[in-house]
Design a protein around this ligand. Structure first.
Ligand code: MSP
Length: 533
């Protein structure tokens, strides 16, 4: 039976159009999901939108539309972007869908019945932007939100509270017995030292001051706190407490299923403290991993609409193709660290890795197979020297490292290994000098081995790159005459023997650095419709 894998992105706020930062997180998850599917894991990849809350209500009011109209319109922009980016999600959850709303009400009732939630009065410092209450100490003398730095306001309201203390020990025990639960580890220390050790206050989980949310059935003037509503999307989308809960049984309840949430550091506290506690209330298992990725920034800091420094993915896709944009996102910012988008680096990545390294290997190899073997891939002859042996060993080692690193969510490092294999193969051409071997009839078996090895490196690398290069890997397969690519064949040296090379256009056009840097700068300062936070 195949292993199961469940991966989620955060559900984004449809408060404005998505920018390259949102595309970053979703693309990385897509690459992970595609990689697992290719390797035979039964995979479920979820993304969606977090459509309730005061901020959305206020944005809708400002535009003179209903909140539902507002989110429906913004949702279409997310759908289009994911389509353009080639995102292969299995479901798309919107928190205004009845399947979600009804289930959240049931979840709230369960928590009330268990006395994990109680009614009381809240008085505290509230940040409208973060939709969070803060303590006197947290807001400091200037009364500013510790999360976003905006001014907070004093509020009193009847509210329901979640008993955090009841689940704190269970949470800490889970951290201890699952050292990979929060990755990178620094993110765990932050949670323990800043939030848990000082003592968790009970969490306020309802609001009466606005109406755009899911009603508490037992007390309809309350709407359920947006984070309790939002976090549960990860199980409502699978059918939890619904008639058809087969995906829930398969991807959540089955201990064999690995559950991975990928999030930005800004929402770590909710995912690694409150979410596991809520699951504790429901008597459900906790996720295996919460992977906290870094932010994609601009030179002057975090991308945001107010700063006017965000870049949309569209003009980049239009000009350079979706594969180049996907490759840039995976390769440029090591997964787990912050990174800065610069036009120079974008152009450099495309030219160095995709044009000079990958595209060039394919091009040279295809030309030589045509020249020396009439376009038919020759036999993978026995290694004739240490160089041949090194290539054979490197293909095997790269596959192992690729799988181990991907399974550990070190995605950038996994793909770097593939690029290293390609670089090594380009160097192998220089070392073996096939043009010299071709002059000596006695060296024919060696020449056959060299060309077959090169073709196989390209096949193996294209398979491993295919979760990123969703179109270009197919083009490479067709150059190699492969109609039915299969990941398992990486280990079948010689499987390409007899295939006919179909040389097409170059995979990636070399970019004129100076010109393209200027073009990208124009995109960054371009019309406002393409730029949003
Ligand atoms: N709605 C909540 C999440 C609820 S999940 C149950 C939310 N939404 S958000 O629209 O603000 O999106 C947050 C996520 O978008 C971040 O955690 C991060 O994954 C991603 N990113 C937003 N801007 C980003 C960058 N500039 N760079 C990288 N990722 C970015 O919080």
């Amino acid at each position: 039976m195949s292993k199961k894998f469940y991966i989620t992105t955060p559900i984004y706020y449809p408060s404005a159009s998505p920018h390259l930062g949102h595309a970053y997180c979703t693309t990385l998850c897509d690459v992970i999901a595609r990689g697992k599917r290719m390797r035979g894991f039964e995979t479920f990849f979820l993304t969606g939108l977090d459509e309730h809350g005061e901020k959305i209500q206020k944005n809708a009011q400002a535009k003179g539309v209903t909140p539902q109209q507002f989110v429906d319109e913004v949702a279409t922009r997310f759908f289009s972007l994911w389509e353009a980016m080639g995102i292969s999600n299995d479901d798309f959850i919107r928190t205004t869908q009845p399947r979600h709303e009804k289930t959240v009400q049931k979840i709230f009732s369960k928590m009330l019945e268990k006395d994990d939630i109680y009614l009381s009065t809240y008085s505290g410092w509230y940040c409208v932007h973060e939709e969070s209450y803060w303590t006197e100490t947290q807001v400091g003398e200037n009364h500013l939100c510790p999360e976003c730095g905006r001014p907070v306001e004093q509020k009193d309201e009847e509210a329901y509270f979640y008993r955090c203390q009841k689940y704190t020990d269970e949470l800490l025990a889970y951290y201890d017995s699952n050292p990979l639960f929060i990755t990178p580890e620094s993110r765990k220390n932050e949670m323990v030292n800043t939030f848990i050790k000082p003592g968790l206050l009970d969490l306020c989980v309802s609001r009466t001051s606005f109406s755009w949310g899911i009603q508490v059935v037992e007390n309809p003037k309350h709407v359920i706190y947006v984070w309790l509503d939002a976090l549960t999307n990860y199980i409502t989308a699978l059918g939890y407490l619904q008639e058809d809960d087969s995906n829930f049984q398969k991807f959540w309840m089955d201990e064999e299923s690995e559950i991975v949430h990928v999030i930005g550091a800004d929402i770590n506290r909710f995912h690694t403290i409150y979410w596991p506690m809520f699951l504790g209330s429901l008597g459900l298992r906790k996720p295996n991993r919460v992977f906290v990725h870094g932010l994609l920034m601009m030179k002057d800091g975090k991308m945001s609409k107010s700063k006017g420094n965000a870049i949309s993915a569209y003009p980049l896709i239009e000009r350079y193709g979706v594969d180049a944009v996907r490759y840039y996102l995976v390769s440029e910012v090591p997964f787990g660290q912050n990174g800065t988008f610069t036009p120079e680096q974008f152009v450099m990545r495309v030219n160095q890795d995709l044009v000079n390294n990958y595209g060039n290997l394919l091009n040279r190899t295809a030309s030589m197979i045509i020249k020396y073997f009439g376009g038919i891939i020759p036999e993978y002859t026995k290694a004739s020297d240490a160089l041949d042996e090194e290539i054979d060993a490197l293909i095997r080692a790269t596959k192992v490292a690729y799988e181990t690193l991907n399974d550990d969510l070190q995605v950038t490092a996994a793909y770097e290994k593939v690029m290293e294999l390609i670089s090594r193969a380009n160097k192998f051409i220089e070392e073996k000098a096939p043009w010299a071997l071709a002059k000596d009839p006695e060296k024919k078996p060696e020449l056959e081995g060299v060309m077959a090895r090169l073709a196989h490196v390209i096949y193996a690398a294209s398979l491993m790159l295919s979760p990123i290069l969703i179109h270009k890997a197919d083009e490479a397969f067709s150059v190699l005459g492969v109609t039915n690519p299969s990941y398992e064949e990486i280990d079948s040296f010689g499987c390409l023997k007899g295939n006919e090379i179909h040389k097409g256009d170059v995979l990636f056009q070399r970019l004129d650095a100076e010109k393209e840097i200027e073009e990208i700068i124009k995109m960054m300062t371009g019309p406002k419709e393409t730029v949003a936070a």
